[in-house]
Write a protein that binds this ligand. Structure first.
Ligand code: MV4
Length: 495
């Protein structure tokens, strides 16, 4: 491949193009009218506007994207995450048109896109799964008997769902029929597919996922785990690698199971196998994501592997550039997602312009962003401004760097989730590693951001401040002396 089109926007388009440039290849951006001035459009070697702001008139227009490929002699397409990245029909179309999709086969996307077909595909491997049914429920009374055996609460999941979409908890047996009917109706209207199944509801899980990289020659290597338990309404907010809870033995076992899941669908490219970890540290396979993920940088920092570079090599039919013995975990990485959302107002998207935009820099700090100072955040897409990632020799150092980087990150004009991210970094449950997927619900409320001080302390501070002001007016000479002494003391100390 010599020229690659990026069928995406924002930070991920830019991140992919940087690797393309490093490899000596050319990049083509496609963009919507809302992204005309975006950095990824300027960074690309060639850029083509493919339509109005709405995604279904631009970033989801398969025909227009293929047309640009033909016109500009593009060899391959990188779909990033979201948009067309897990669309098996698009993957098929790309192939038919004689182009290379940088991603897995359409068949692998199709199998893993449906949770029941994923369960069926891994059946011949011993993959631990949450007790439940592995076929679509057609007979509700029969399903009720199974639910009773599993024990309540149970969870109804839509087979075409995923990422938390189409799930319903049933607390008690008396609600079973009603909830089941609602779940089926919901699945039909949301996915056009009413297939649902049930599982035992794991109440306080941790979400741990294994990054895998596979080539077309049967090599599959697990690139360790990412801990993604800190999330809000199925939207991840903080991710880290490695997880503070896995033992080397568990890491090895989960890595092996993740490779089996990949093997079950003849996977090639970068993929992520999601697991749920219960209170007793049992792990269960949930689903496989057949794309490069938002949180991939934490894996890159601890493994030293450029995942996009490997994806491109694999898509060209080359072997993986490393094997298991070549890689080890180097330190610890943490990522926070910076959203244009107001954490003091129920995380409502905050529209506006980046009046000030100064990202942090320095040792162990990486910022994957897609905006510049002065740019408006378009309302048409996900409101993520950037990903702030820090790397350190251990978890404490990565967290310290994150707090410093958050303090150095200057954004005005819109509210962001940065204060919320700092709150998490300083919370005992996070620093101790003692948390689960309920962290935000259990520990966060907007008041925690306004101030850390009680009302009485603030009142006292106001009184003292006016006392000092009065003192300064009366004793400005001796006050100056105090300042000088203070400075001397600091100079002496730093020698
Ligand atoms: C579960 C579960 C509890 N028990 N399955 C949510 C995302 C999707 N991949 C599966 N999810 C869950 N499946 C059983 N049997 C709890 C969740 C879940 C969750 C999982 C990972 C991260 C955050 C979550 C938030 C709520 C529920």
């Amino acid at each position: 491949m010599k020229k690659i089109l990026i069928a995406n926007r924002g930070e991920i388009a830019l991140r992919i193009m940087r690797t393309i440039r490093e490899m000596g290849l050319k990049s083509v951006a496609v963009f919507s009218e809302a992204d005309r001035n975006a950095p990824f459009v300027k960074y690309a070697d060639e850029s083509v506007c493919i339509g109005p702001p709405a995604s279904n008139e631009s970033y989801l227009r398969q025909d227009k994207i293929i047309e640009v490929c033909k016109k500009l002699n593009v060899d391959g397409i990188h779909p990033g995450y979201g948009f067309l990245s897990e669309n098996a029909n698009f993957a098929r179309l790309v192939k038919q048109e004689g182009l290379t999709l940088i991603g897995p086969s359409p068949e692998a996307m199709e199998i893993m896109g449906d949770k029941l077909s994923a369960k069926a595909a891994v059946k011949s491997y011993k993959i631990p799964m949450v007790p439940g049914t592995d076929e679509a429920i057609t007979d509700i009374p029969e399903a009720k008997k199974i639910a009773q055996k599993i024990g309540y609460p149970i969870l109804i999941k839509a087979s075409a769902g995923g990422g938390g979409k189409g799930m319903r908890i049933v607390e008690e047996e008396k609600d079973f029929e009603e909830q089941m009917q609602l779940a089926i109706n919901e699945a039909v209207s949301a996915f056009g597919n009413g297939a649902v199944f049930i599982e035992r509801y794991v109440g306080s899980p941790r979400h741990i996922e294994i990054q895998i990289m596979a080539d077309m020659h049967g090599n599959i290597v697990p690139l360790f785990e990412r801990e993604c338990s800190i999330q809000r309404r199925h939207q991840k907010v903080i991710e880290e690698a490695p997880s503070s809870i896995l033992t080397p033995q568990m890491r090895k076992e989960m890595g092996e199971k993740a490779c089996d899941v990949a093997r079950a669908c003849n996977y090639y490219g970068a993929g992520t196998v999601e697991f749920l970890l219960d209170e007793n540290l049992n792990f269960f396979f949930l689903e496989m994501n057949t794309r490069l993920q938002v949180e991939h940088p934490v894996t890159e920092l601890i493994s030293g592997i450029d995942l996009v570079k490997e994806q491109i090599r694999v898509a060209e039919g080359e072997k993986l550039s490393f094997s298991q013995k070549d890689i080890k975990i180097n330190g610890h990485a943490v990522e926070v997602r910076v959203y244009a959302e107001d954490p003091t107002n129920n995380f409502l998207p905050d529209i506006g312009t980046l009046k000030t935009y100064k990202p942090p820099i320095g040792l162990g700090v990486r910022v994957d962003d897609g905006f510049e100072e002065g740019m408006p955040i378009p309302i048409y897409y996900d409101p993520m401004i950037s990903k702030l990632i820090t790397h350190g020799k251990n978890r404490d150092e990565a967290i310290e760097r994150m707090i410093r980087a958050i303090d150095d990150y200057k954004i005005t004009g819109i509210e962001t989730t940065l204060p919320f991210c700092k709150f998490v970094m300083q919370h005992e449950a996070f620093t101790s590693g003692n948390f689960d997927t309920h962290f935000v619900k259990d520990h966060f409320s907007p008041e925690k951001l306004e101030t850390h001080l009680p009302k009485e302390t603030l009142e006292l501070a106001a009184i003292m401040s006016s006392v000092f002001t009065q003192q300064k007016k009366n004793e400005h000479i001796s006050n100056n002396k105090t300042i000088n002494q203070h400075n001397n003391w600091r100079v002496n100390r730093s020698k």
